[in-house]
Each structure stands twice: as C-alpha cells, then as structure tokens.
Design a protein around this ligand. Sequence first.
Ligand code: UDP
Length: 328
Amino acid sequence: MKKSVLITGAAGFLGSHLCDRFIEEGFRVIGMDNLITGDIRNIEHLFALKDFEFYHHDVTTFVHVPGKLDYILHFASPASPIDYLKIPIQTLKVGSLGTHNLLGLARVKNARILIASTSEVYGDPLVHPQSEDYYGNVSTIGPRGVYDEAKRFQESITMAYHRYHGLETRIARIFNTYGPRMRLNDGRVIPAFIGQVLRGENLTVFGDGSQTRSFCYVDDQIEGLYRLLMSDYVEPVNIGTPEEIAIIDFAKEIIKLTDANQKIIYKPLPQDDPLQRRPDITRAREILGWKPKVSREEGMRKTYEYFKSLSKEELFKSAHKDFSNHNR
Ligand code: UDP
C-alpha cells in the first residue's frame, strides 16, 4: 500500500514542488490550500493523476482528512513581506491555529509532521552566519512580527507536541529560496527584479542595497526538506545556500544575466528589513548529508526562463491580489 502525505500550501511555490517530488517518490499525495496566496495553476498538471487529491480548505479551521496518513508537511502561509503586511491576521493564524490543527491531525493519524519554519525566526540577526542555536533578534511589534512570531510559536508548539505527546516532528528553517512558480507579483526580490527587467522598468533596490541575502534554488531546497522528513532529527535544521550576496550586487548580476540595460533606482528600506542573512548549514551537512548543488547562475537562468514564458497579461497584471476579507 502506498504511503500517504498531506501537504498544506500545496498550490504555493514550495508546496507545489513538494507535491511533484512526493508523486515522483510514489506517494499518494493530498494537497490542501485555501488559495489566498497560492495559485491552482501550480498543481493543475497533477489533477489527472489517481494518486493526487486536492482539498480547497483553510487549515486555520478544523482539518479533516479521511483514511490513513503517514506524513504531513505544513507549508501553508503567506511568505513574502508584502503578503504578510496585507494579511497580518491570517498570517498569525496559519502559523499558530493552523499548526495546532495539523499537529492534532498528526496525533490522530499517528503521522510524522514536518513544519516549514524560516530564517525569519532569527529576525535581524546579530550573529552571522546564523546557526540553529542562535535565538534571534525579532521585533514582536514590527511589521514582520506577524510572520516571525507565528513561526516562532509554531516551533514551540511543535516541540511541545513532540515532548508531551511523543509526536514525530521535524522543523525546517528555510532560508530565501527561488525558482519557477514564485508569484511574479509577490514582492520578493527575485520576481520583482526579473519582472522589472521583462517590463523594461528600472530595478528598485531598497535602501543602499548593502543588505545581504543567500539564495537557494528550489530543487536543492526540496531535496533538503525530503531528507529532513526522512531523518530522525527533531531539532530545527537550516536549509539554504550559504552563498551571500549584497542586494545591489545581485541587481547588477541580474542586469548582466538578462542582457538588460535598465538602471538601478533606490527606494526606502522597509522597516525591520534584516541587514544580513546567511545560513550556517553545518547541521544539514552532518545530519542529512545535504548541501546545495545548483549555482546561482544556473538557478537564475532557469528562473528567468520560467518568468519569460509567462504571458504578457500575467506580466502586466497589477501587482496585487485582492486580499479583502482575509483579516478576520
Ligand atoms: N528588495 C529590494 N527590491 C525589491 C524587493 C526587495 O531591494 O524590489 C530587497 C529587500 O529589501 C530585502 C531583500 O531584497 O533586503 C530580499 O527581500 P525579499 O522580499 O525577497 O525577502 P526577505 O529576505 O526580506 O524576506
């Protein structure tokens, strides 16, 4: 009998790639998404498969899935700064109430659960690079607090279910990841810059661009997550690429890669935007035998091809989804 996995946030960027991976591995995959930030087109190709099922459901309300479940991956959440600024309450709820519901489901089904945590638990880090034993520097009341604190709570409740109920849990701290199926208008730096190149606009660097990030290609990320789920390691594991670049240099790199002749313009740095971010992946290397393989050049080329293949309509669609009604 096939193993079954429930993937929440299945129509999102990482969720949809996880669905593909688990189908490839021969699992029965149940995808769940309320489609607030996800896009059904990311999983459309799976609908014809007999091993794929989709539930249009909001995990912040009671979650029911019939039959057996071996694994749960909780990937539902707005994940880009502009999204969680627009839907702060849903962001808090999916990380807290949603996680609670899924932990409850995992208990009932006797399933192992992996939760998607984030480098945002380190906030604007005072320790560099960030290893898992760093406790972070987060503003509880800042604009990013809704995401950061929900994810911190998520880690705490997950560990409580592990310690108190003996549930099999895994915690991935995901660093900036990119690739096909990112939402063109989600505000994150890679879709923002590539979208600007494709529309012939100037590239908007926030602040002076000296802030750094480290970008992981989606295939590497999915491999790390898969290995973590299958491991027996309970404490958080950073999954990301430890190659750091300043945003200004990244903008120049994208202009070069795409042969564009756009200029760079500067906009104010958003509040609490972390000044530096790079994962220490010693733990992932040692415990999972994992390290990223895809260079930024190769990953960015594939990502650029993906965005180029989108329709003009998509490219010029106004930046913003209608989020009204989602802040209850
Ligand atoms: N950024 C930028 N221009 C943009 C979008 C983002 O300079 O048009 C910067 C942003 O201020 C941050 C970095 O790029 O320092 C990464 O931002 P992103 O929204 O991708 O994710 P974050 O890592 O901040 O969660």
